[in-house]
Design a protein around this ligand. Structure first.
Ligand code: SF4
Length: 321
């Protein structure tokens, strides 16, 4: 039996997806009962709400309860098979990891970076980090800021700042969380009860969709909408493009908020504020050349601005980047 210090528990609770957390969990021989199920339920409801707040770890039992809540939440989600809940929890857990990593010492960031497959190292003789192109492309957030064309490249490695390094790790943690394992057999009664309680909260937070008929919006906008409808994150620029397109297309703030309600990190208040702000600023829809430079143009439509799109147009789709 391995012995763990409180510092091990502190680390494992900050990063419950880490190998150390898995080792502690497997050594502790945790059994899934009512108490663990309730802790998992509480974690999920926090993740779907205002975000996960970790408990303060003073002694071993605090750490065990915290890790049990993570494992139980995964078990509930695995049995629930609800993409919306899974993706929102992936965002909540990865944001928590980001917050913890942002103020963490270099060695701690490097340890987690290696575990989630991001890698990255200080560039020799420089004050900047470097990461392999493949890892960069795999974990770069969907935002024009992270486009490869605007990056410093050296011997197949991409230059990034420390903040960007932590942001890439956040994306990797999110992707890891989204790969939820398949459930084995019939879930225990405690899990079924938790699923029922979570489901009961969903009508208030379940995304309210507005639909566009086939071919009614240009391919770039359709692609952003498709990402949102899968409850996947859209980068800041993509969200802005969608909001400005809809505002310029005469869609009301209320309806635009409904469109964004599919985002896994949706906040009604923030979305309403941002849409109102974009409307007050009277932002114009950028031309296709700008949308292309921002990485959101997915077809050649033969028009100069997405607002010039008309149903029935036959665009030539671009190859995926
Ligand atoms: S050509 Fe214009 S309208 Fe068509 S996908 Fe690209 S940006 Fe959108």
């Amino acid at each position: 039996m391995m012995a763990f210090f409180v510092s091990d528990y502190v680390f494992a609770c900050k990063y419950p997806f880490s190998q150390k957390a898995k080792m502690i969990m497997s050594e502790s021989g945790m059994v899934f009962g009512k108490e663990e199920a309730e802790a998992g339920l509480e974690r999920i409801l926090s993740g779907l709400g205002k975000g996960i707040k970790g408990r303060t770890i003073i002694k071993e039992s605090d750490g065990q309860k915290e890790l049990a809540s993570y494992a139980a939440a995964r078990m509930i989600i695995s049995n629930m098979r609800n993409r919306y809940v899974t993706n929102r929890m992936a965002v909540a857990e990865s944001k928590r990891a980001f917050a913890n990593l942002s103020g963490a010492p270099e060695a701690e960031v490097a340890a987690i970076s290696g575990e989630v497959g991001v890698g990255a190292a200080l560039a020799a003789g420089k004050d900047r980090m470097q990461i392999g192109v493949a890892q960069f492309l795999l974990f770069a957030p969907k935002d024009s800021h992270y486009r490869l064309v605007s990056r410093e490249l050296e011997s197949g490695r991409v230059g990034i700042t420390r903040h960007e390094w932590v942001r890439l790790i956040e994306e990797a943690v999110k992707k890891t969380y989204e790969r939820i394992p398949e459930p084995h057999g019939e879930p225990p009664e405690e899990v079924k009860a938790c699923i029922a309680k979570i489901s009961a909260t969903l009508p208030k937070i379940e995304p309210r969709k507005i639909s566009f008929g086939e071919g009614e919006v240009p391919p770039c906008i359709n692609s952003i909408l498709a990402t949102l409808s899968r409850h996947e994150n859209v980068g800041h620029t993509g969200r802005w493009l969608l909001a400005v397109y809809l505002i310029n297309g005469g869609v009301s703030d209320e309806e635009i908020v409904k469109v964004f309600s599919s985002a896994p990190d949706f906040s009604e208040d923030i979305t309403r504020y941002q849409v109102g702000h974009a409307r007050n600023k009277r932002y114009m829809m950028p031309n296709c050349a700008t949308v292309l430079a921002q990485g959101y143009c997915v077809a050649e439509c033969g028009i100069t601005n997405p607002l010039g799109w008309r149903k029935g147009m036959r665009p030539k789709m671009r190859e995926a980047r």
